[in-house]
Design a protein around this ligand. Structure first.
Ligand code: MN
Length: 454
């Protein structure tokens, strides 16, 4: 090595080490080879033209940066402001990242533009600065009528699916002062403006369909999250006592998952005592727990960018009243019958038939509950997916029946996240009790030795 080359090589070494620190290897479900496989599958489906997908540009206010779900699914990359371009027929992927000033690097750390080995490691054809994006697209969209796949529907977020995002945009636009377009709508309009003769097509349904079937690595990570989130709820149950506040339980569960490697939470935890449980998405979590009330907790961690969703309801004093017991039992039997009916090929109608038969056999009054699956779970707590098609192995979903009686101050929801297997399903969140006897036994163990009386 020449004397002149040595400092340059040393600088390169330092920069690549720094990049290694700033860019820790993604967890197995989003490892480079997994993401490359997904990109190849998507490109084989589209087959022609280009696909352009935009990453998240900034963290939500008050939050840690979390990459856009579709973007993370295809790249495993957390850098902000990144754009992925797929040349579908050539099966090649390119990444464009913002060029950063020295100050930006000092504040936020260097992005992958400074990481010389990144393209090879991530199985990309190239990595370039964002200022080269428009010209790259213009060159590749040279022929009139070229297919340009982009996201024309709103992207999903940590806890809202595409439909809920659409709803949020519509609600915000009730005031015309707030009727600014969503980032996806603005980007689609810009693409139309820049490339008016390209054939703009929506990539969202293709990605939603792919994401609905989880890989082995995703399922293994979701299994770990199921155990982790279940233990967190169990920890909250053990902190329950009259005079504690809802947030005491929240703190126990949040502390538990953060102490065990979760990135964060899948959604704002709901800890709702008494009447509060009748507000489905209650999140104040500051009320005192009173003896005789039920408390409903809806909780899940974000582990490896994958979410979990679990709800339990239990008595503050440790024992269900006869009326609470009757309502709880109806929800529990419906929930268990629904889970038992979830298998490959099952659809909404067949699940309802199985649930009805099971409830009739057990002579349970289900109080109007019929047995529904509620939403998919994955990169988002409310993950996208084909809503009305039969279940398939690898689908992950939440079953969360609930009964709510505001006039009685009673709300009961019991929720597990399940994965469809070859011949049925596996409950990922089974490690926290839901049978009445098991809940009362756990709560008795808490009361023992604490000096508390029921
Ligand atoms: Mn749910």
């Amino acid at each position: 090595m020449s004397r002149r080359a040595a400092p340059a090589l040393l600088l390169l070494l330092v920069l690549s080490l720094a990049a290694g620190v700033l860019h820790p290897a993604p967890a197995a479900p989003f490892a480079p080879e997994e993401c490359a496989r997904r990109r190849a599958q998507l490109m084989a489906t589209t087959g022609e033209g280009l696909t352009v997908l935009f990453g998240a540009t900034a963290a939500a206010p008050g939050s840690r940066f979390r990459q856009d779900n579709d973007f993370y699914y295809l790249t495993g990359i957390e850098d902000s402001g990144t754009v992925l371009v797929l040349e579908n027929a050539r099966a090649e992927a390119h990444l464009f990242l913002p060029e950063q000033s020295a100050r930006e690097i000092m504040v936020s750390g260097a992005n992958l533009l400074r990481d010389a080995g990144a393209a090879a490691r991530l199985r990309l054809r190239s990595i370039a600065g964002l200022s080269a994006l428009d010209e790259f697209l213009a060159r590749r969209l040279n022929a009139s009528g070229t297919a340009l796949y982009a996201r024309l529907a709103p992207g999903d977020t940590l806890d809202s699916d595409r439909y809920e995002e659409r709803l949020a945009i519509a609600r915000r636009s009730r005031s015309h002062f707030n009727a600014y377009p969503s980032p996806d709508l603005a980007r689609a309009a810009r693409l139309r403006e820049l490339f008016p003769d390209a054939r703009l097509l929506d990539v969202s349904p293709l990605l939603a369909k792919m994401r609905s079937i989880k890989s082995e690595a995703e399922i293994e990570s979701l299994r770990r999250n199921g155990r982790l989130s279940a233990e967190a709820v169990r920890q909250a149950m053990l902190r329950t006592r009259p005079g504690a506040r809802e947030y005491t339980l929240e703190a126990a569960a949040v502390g538990w998952v953060l102490a065990h490697g979760a990135r964060g939470l899948a959604f704002q935890p709901i800890v709702a005592a008494g009447l509060n449980a009748c507000t489905w998405h209650y999140e104040h979590n500051d009320k005192l727990l009173a003896a005789g009330e039920l408390v409903l907790m809806d909780f899940g961690a974000d582990l490896d960018h994958l979410c979990m969703d679990i709800s339990r309801t239990w008595p503050v004093s440790g024992t269900f009243s006869p009326e609470q017991r009757e309502i709880y039992r109806a929800v529990l039997e419906v929930q268990k019958a629904t889970i038992a009916a979830c298998r490959p090929g099952a659809d909404a109608a067949s699940i309802r038939r199985v649930v009805a038969a099971k409830l009739a056999e057990k002579k349970i009054d289900a109080r109007g509950l019929q047995g529904d699956i509620h939403h998919f779970v994955g990169l988002g707590t409310h993950d996208g997916g084909p809503q009305d098609s039969p279940l398939q192995p690898g689908m992950v979903l939440a079953v969360e029946p609930g009964l709510y009686y505001p006039e009685k101050g009673i709300g009961v929801r019991i929720e597990d996240t399940i994965v469809i297997t070859a011949d049925g399903c596996e409950v990922l969140t089974a490690a926290v009790p839901k049978e009445i006897a098991a809940i009362e036994a756990l709560l008795r163990s808490r009361l023992k030795g604490s000096g508390l009386q029921e």
